[in-house]
Design a protein around this ligand. Structure first.
Ligand SMILES: Cc1cc2nc3c(=O)[nH]c(=O)nc-3n(C[C@H](O)[C@H](O)[C@H](O)COP(=O)(O)OP(=O)(O)OC[C@H]3O[C@@H](n4cnc5c(N)ncnc54)[C@H](O)[C@@H]3O)c2cc1C
Length: 381
């Protein structure tokens, strides 16, 4: 990967993350995946390194940087382990980012220092049994009662929820107003009425943990409403669309891990006394993977730079997310194919990549939702 156009500061940051990932994350990734347990200490370590605070201003305890740094971070972390990267991403770029962008100065001062240092862990509770790609279907209700809101509902597939200290929950405050009747709340885990299910077992992302959150008459202080009542979710969608750029970077990182594994394996795998890279099919497959991943990375950097420059990045982010995630799935599938039976074994990296990649096309807006967004921009007469 060329990383053409990165500044010296960005290259230095990339190299420091890469060195940590190669030393501390990649060698453990397969074991963590098989154990199906998130190494909780990773939050404190990432916090101490300032990685949970990338994209947050120094005034709130942030490390500075913007979407480009966040893209570099996500790509490098995911190269080591997509599941570890997912847990940190949900905490930092969804839960903490929602607090930062929608919260007032009191909420920022009260909630962010511990979150950005990795002392308290957050999760993002949007999805429900009937609310996924269609964001208008949320049913969890929040009813004002004096100085509290009373929350009732259930949030499904929530990453980090088995161990999160706080949750950012999307709930309907005015059913008559549709999308403009949804608000965001910070819900502390230990409030009466909060119940977390046993962790779910999944196809991939083994080390990341997810569960269902049930909210039964949970009394949340009004001081924990984030942003304007009724319009919090709309405001969050705008801000959190930066997450699509980070998701694209995540996909590039996983695709790069697959590419490296294909190069390593095919260079060592001997058939008839010679490495299988003597076959044109193998060389061309690897070349195609590399070319597509390079394009995906340049699209990701383009969207990140647009966002950093204050431009309209909506379409560029959707294109990068769509292309990078589908490119990643292609790269992971091809790597498994090239690694043959050895790649199919439970302790191989290739099979882990193959199982991890698919969710990237589903989360943060499915590929179909990205296509709808792109058409809205390019399909105008
Ligand atoms: C590993 C993992 C981690 C997750 N972590 C979180 C988390 O931390 N927090 C959270 O809130 N959620 C999380 N989710 C859930 C995620 O938000 C949803 O999976 C996602 O929103 C898609 O919703 P769905 O799965 O219900 O799919 P559905 O909405 O049922 O969609 C199924 C299919 O139909 C298509 N489709 C649906 N509606 C449309 C449409 N209008 N136009 C075109 N096509 C459409 C979709 O593209 C998709 O292919 C996670 C999911 C997974 C798998």
């Amino acid at each position: 990967m060329t990383d053409f156009g990165l500044s010296s500061e960005e290259i230095q940051f990339r190299d420091s993350v890469r060195a940590f990932v190669d030393r501390e994350i990649a060698p453990n990734a397969t074991r963590w995946d098989i154990e199906e347990r998130y190494p909780r200490e990773m939050f404190a370590r990432a916090g101490a390194l300032g990685w949970l605070a990338v994209g947050f201003p120094e005034a709130v305890g942030g490390s500075g940087g913007g979407p480009v740094m966040a893209a570099i971070l996500n790509a490098e972390l995911t190269r080591g382990s997509a599941a570890i990267s997912l847990g940190l991403y949900v905490h930092s770029m969804l839960a903490s980012a929602a607090i930062h962008h929608l919260g007032d100065s009191d909420q920022n001062a009260r909630l962010l220092p511990d979150a950005l240092a990795g002392r308290r862990i957050g999760c993002w509770g949007y999805a429900e049994a009937d609310a996924g790609a269609d964001i208008t279907c949320v049913k969890t209700r929040a009813r004002r009662d004096g100085e509290v809101y009373v929350l009732n509902g259930a949030k499904l597939y929530i990453t980090n929820s088995p161990f999160a200290d706080f949750m950012v929950i999307v709930a309907v405050t005015d059913p008559a107003r549709g999308l403009k009747g949804m608000s965001l709340f910070v819900v502390e885990r230990d409030l009466p009425g909060v119940a977390i299910s046993a962790p779910f077992r999944k196809l991939g992302m083994g080390a990341s943990e997810m569960a269902e959150i049930t909210l039964g008459d949970v009394r949340v202080p009004a001081a924990n409403l984030l942003g304007p009542e009724h319009l919090g979710f709309v405001a969050a969608l705008k801000v959190l669309s930066l997450g699509r750029i980070a998701s694209a970077a995540t996909a590039v990182g996983l695709g790069r891990a697959a590419l490296e594994e294909a190069v390593r394996y095919c260079g060592q795998r001997m058939q008839g006394g010679r490495p299988i890279t003597r076959h044109q099919f193998v060389r061309f497959t690897i070349a195609d993977m590399a070319a597509r991943l390079e394009a995906a990375w340049q699209m990701t950097l383009h969207a990140a730079r647009l966002a950093e420059a204050g431009g309209d990045y909506d379409c560029a982010a959707a294109m990068a997310k769509l292309f990078a995630t589908e490119t990643c799935t292609h790269a992971c599938e091809r790597t498994l194919h090239l690694c043959g039976a050895q790649g199919y074994m439970r302790d191989s990296a290739a099979q882990r990549f193959y199982r991890d990649c698919k969710v990237l096309e589903i989360g943060e807006g499915t590929s179909e939702i990205q296509r709808e967004t792109i058409f809205r921009h390019v399909g105008k007469n």
